[in-house]
Design a protein around this ligand. Sequence first.
Ligand SMILES: [Zn+2]
Length: 228
Amino acid sequence: MNILAIGPHPDDIEFGCAPLLIKEIKKGSQVQLLVLSRGEAGSSGTADGRELEARNAARLMGAAIEFMHFAGDCRLQHTPENSLRIAAEIRKFKPAIVLAPHTTENQHPDHTAAARLTRDACRLARYGGLLQPLPAHTVDNLFFYNITQHVGYKPDIVLDISEVMEEWQAVMNCHDSQIKHKSYLDLQKTGARLLGLSIGTEYALGLYVNDPVRVESISDITLSARNF
Ligand SMILES: [Zn+2]
């Protein structure tokens, strides 16, 4: 399966959804990371340094990585032209699953813009009259991830990530410029531990759906989140 993960800044994918990507790569999925800026507006690190950190993290995960250049960090705009550029990348890679930051307001404006651009891009990628001669492509599922896990949030899907915690921490550690001043690793690990409690596992990662999750029959759901 092809999986495309989109992040507006060089560390968003790694902090937000790397554990599930690591699990899928282990199962044989092809994962591509698409980064929409070089993070040059951040308080720490240079654009060159942050791009290198992201490339090292992708290599460690076993994922391919591409950088797209829009108007720069903090200037990402939700426009049809930008959605079409991402839609073209979707047509080239043909992902079954696309991941983007959550659409919620009151976060870094690039995160919200990236979420909206990606949602539109998934739709535009399947419209036959656009982006010729690239053949139209239908994405099966679009999911949103939280860049920072926090107490009290209620994701639609909760994944057991206990077996890849060490790999996740190694991937986050690639972003030395971002973690040396703030304890982001601690924050992510604590959030994952607390969420794990909700499904009876050691660590977990939450996702949000864009559409209802489709199942053939209720008995297909075989994993329990509860110990009654
Ligand atoms: Zn970000």
